[in-house]
Design a protein around this ligand. Structure first.
Ligand SMILES: [Fe+2]
Length: 270
């Protein structure tokens, strides 16, 4: 079973790259299940529209995760109640529309894949304690009993929270991937008890930018230059970043981890 998770897709150029390149990645890497973090997919670089979700699904995505920008497009609060394949963080302050996890069926081989979306406690929107929520989740959803594979998207700013989450879930889920910082880390590995882990997948966006946003405008804002505008996405060539995990059908744990970086701005790994 090959599971691909792609990092935060930024703006219209990011969405366009997913539409163009994801089908090729699925075919070449023999991917059975695709998860995309889509919370920056809107044209503004924050939030996700219904049209964005349709574009991701038609390109081959099975589930879309999100994070702190989930409600930045007004329409999302409405359509998320009908679109179960779009997840918001599980630990949002209750009550919140939509779901933070789901169990989905892979199209190619009919396996049950549980996906949970968590959001860190530090430097993020106010939310329920992520560690308590994660513990509750893992007590209720058991690998091989409730699902054949379990994927955790830990959306957070802080590397330590993400690493700690890796250990909390080690041996109990297929993979823990970090999202949100838009910078890929190179610490992908299989942890001691068999869970695949990476601190951050990086983004699917233009890396000649400040985390996906126009770099000149970002600099103006850092200098408090009054001509600086609201952040807007950079629109140059997109580099797609993510992680492929080959998971064992018997144990649900990871056999192999392979980062993918597709695009010219970073050193390619494909
Ligand atoms: Fe985020």
């Amino acid at each position: 079973m090959n599971i691909l998770v792609l990092g935060d897709v930024v703006g219209s150029s990011g969405v366009k790259a997913i539409k163009e390149k994801l089908p090729k990645i699925i075919k070449e890497k023999k991917i059975d299940f695709v998860i995309v973090n889509g919370e920056n997919a809107a044209d503004s670089g924050v939030g996700i529209t219904k049209k964005n979700t349709e574009d991701f699904f038609s390109a081959g995505t099975d589930v879309i995760t999100s994070g702190n920008h989930i409600w930045d497009e007004k329409e999302t609060m409405k359509f998320i109640t009908e679109e179960k394949r779009l997840l918001r963080p599980q630990n949002l302050i209750k009550p919140s529309p939509g779901e933070g996890f789901g169990i989905f069926e892979s199209k190619s081989n009919k396996k049950r894949v549980a996906v949970v979306n968590l959001m860190g406690n530090i430097f993020m929107k106010k939310c329920e304690d992520v560690f308590k929520e994660a513990k509750k989740f893992i007590e209720n959803i058991r690998l091989k009993k409730d699902a054949d594979f379990i994927v955790v998207d830990m959306h957070g700013e802080i590397t330590s929270e993400k690493m700690a989450m890796g250990y909390l879930f080690d041996g109990k889920v297929t993979m823990v991937v970090g999202t949100h910082t838009h910078v890929p880390t190179s610490d992908h590995r299989i942890m001691e008890k068999g869970t695949a882990y990476i601190t951050d997948l990086g983004m699917c966006g233009d890396y000649n930018s400040v985390i996906g946003m126009d770099r000149d405008n970002s600099l103006k804002r850092f200098f408090n230059d009054p001509s600086g505008k609201r952040h807007y996405p950079a629109t140059g060539e997109v580099t797609i970043c993510g992680l492929i995990v080959n998971a064992d059908e018997k144990t649900g744990l990871a056999n192999k981890v392979e980062p993918i970086i597709l695009g010219k701005s970073l050193q390619e790994r494909f």
